[in-house]
Design a protein around this ligand. Structure first.
Ligand code: 4NP
Length: 153
């Protein structure tokens, strides 16, 4: 089972989503990766604020590098989670088939009491924004991991 996390820059939200979900799953059974819809930060490390907040929770995301979403990701991944509505719409616009379409999900729809549709973009916020993003992603990734594990056993 392969899961892709997608945001705009692939330096703030989706690297955290990747690291958090990976920390909850066995690497023998699940592949988790992330990508950005933009080409702004290709080859770059995650934002230092994302690296720090992950590290505080004993998750190391410092080995990740930014990359841009590519059409072949629809073939490689089983589920593609968009961090917000704008990235969701972008992915929907790139889908070639119904099979592609059905792989795309807005990540917070996996939360029981979805507090907001979008994982807020923390790029221009302070450290508090990154803490909020971490907490949202930690809760939603618990649900995603539980669902994936129960479907795989
Ligand atoms: P991300 O955050 O999509 O969570 O990685 C952003 C990173 C960079 C930019 C916007 C959002 N930017 O405009 O450069």
């Amino acid at each position: 089972m392969k899961i892709l996390m997608v945001c705009l820059g692939n330096i703030c939200r989706s690297p955290l989503a990747e690291g958090i979900l990976k920390s909850k799953l066995s690497p023998d059974m699940f592949v988790v990766d992330s990508a950005g819809t933009s080409n702004y930060h290709i080859g770059q490390f995650p934002d230092s604020r994302s690296i720090q907040i992950a590290k505080r929770h004993t998750i190391d995301i410092s080995n990740q590098r930014g990359r841009q979403f590519k059409i072949s990701d629809f073939d490689t991944y089983d589920v593609i989670y968009a961090m917000d509505t704008s990235n969701y719409q972008y992915l929907k616009g790139k889908a070639r088939t119904n099979v592609d379409q059905n792989k795309i999900k807005l990540i917070l729809t996996e939360m029981d009491n979805m507090p907001t549709r979008d994982v807020p973009d923390p790029y221009y916020s302070g450290v508090d924004g990154f803490l909020e993003v971490f907490e949202l992603l930690d809760v939603v990734c618990d649900n995603i991991a539980a669902k994936l594990i129960s479907n795989n056993t």
